[in-house]
Ligand binder design. Structure first.
Ligand SMILES: Nc1ncnc2c1ncn2[C@@H]1O[C@H](COP(=O)(O)OP(=O)(O)O)[C@@H](O)[C@H]1O
Ligand SMILES: O=C(O)C1=C[C@@H](OP(=O)(O)O)[C@@H](O)[C@H](O)C1
Ligand SMILES: [Mg+2]
Length: 192
């Protein structure tokens, strides 16, 4: 399994989907799987039951996906690394790529977005800076590779990820823990 981790808005979902296409692998977005499980949007779960309830479902879902996902590309949610058990499972069960993005770049992309509950505050840029300070060390601790995202296009980022994985021999048969499959008809989920 190839897992993408990083700040909300760094491009995990967008890059992950294109990467899966390129590798002819199944694409999984854990946030979409969580929404299928809970039967409502993540935003509604946050509003009704709070962040900790979401984190518990997220940990259980990522445990299942990393155990059974084989050679899939997995795009995680930005807070996936908050639980130590999940950090360990992601790292031990596959290759982990950190898509590094700075708070100011993310803010430019997401300032009109209303789907990410953690950013629905009076000062989203300050919130991004504080999330970054807390999480950047956790992303680095979990990742096998770090990719700088600021300026490159999605297509370039996909090339960069593939190159890193090839250099490390991580795309060799068996290295991802399962066979790859034709991509388009096998997407587990789509963006909202
Ligand atoms: N490299 C990039 N260049 C320009 N826009 C991007 C890039 N990566 C992602 N985006 C845009 O940023 C937004 C957030 O991307 P998304 O893949 O949903 O991030 P994540 O899943 O990490 O939260 C989307 O509108 C997406 O189109
Ligand atoms: O950063 C976070 O804690 C979260 C990021 C979101 O995913 P993206 O990183 O895809 O935005 C989603 O899992 C949830 O809203 C919480
Ligand atoms: Mg996403």
């Amino acid at each position: 399994m190839i897992s993408l981790i990083g700040m909300p808005g760094c491009g995990k979902t967008t890059v992950g989907r294109q990467l899966a296409r390129r590798l002819r692998a199944v694409f999984i977005d854990s946030d979409r799987v969580i929404e299928e499980r809970i039967g409502c949007s993540i935003r509604v779960l946050f509003e009704r039951e709070g962040e900790e309830a979401f984190r518990a479902v997220e940990e259980a879902t990522l445990d299942d996906l990393t155990r059974t996902g084989g050679g899939a590309v997995l795009s995680t949610g930005g807070g996936a690394v908050l639980r130590p058990a999940t950090r360990m499972r992601l790292r031990e069960r596959g290759q982990v790529v950190y898509l590094h993005a700075l708070p100011d770049d993310i803010y430019r992309r997401l300032r009109h977005d209303t789907t990410r509950p953690l950013l629905q505050t009076k000062d989203p840029l300050q919130q991004l800076r504080s999330l970054y300070a807390q999480r950047d060390p956790l992303y680095r601790e979990t990742a096998h590779f770090v990719i700088e995202t600021g300026r490159p296009s999605v297509a370039t980022l996909v090339n960069m990820v593939v190159m890193q994985l090839e250099l490390a021999g991580a795309l060799n048969a068996g290295a991802l823990g399962g066979a790859t499959q034709p991509a388009p008809s096998n997407e587990t989920s789509t963006d909202p």
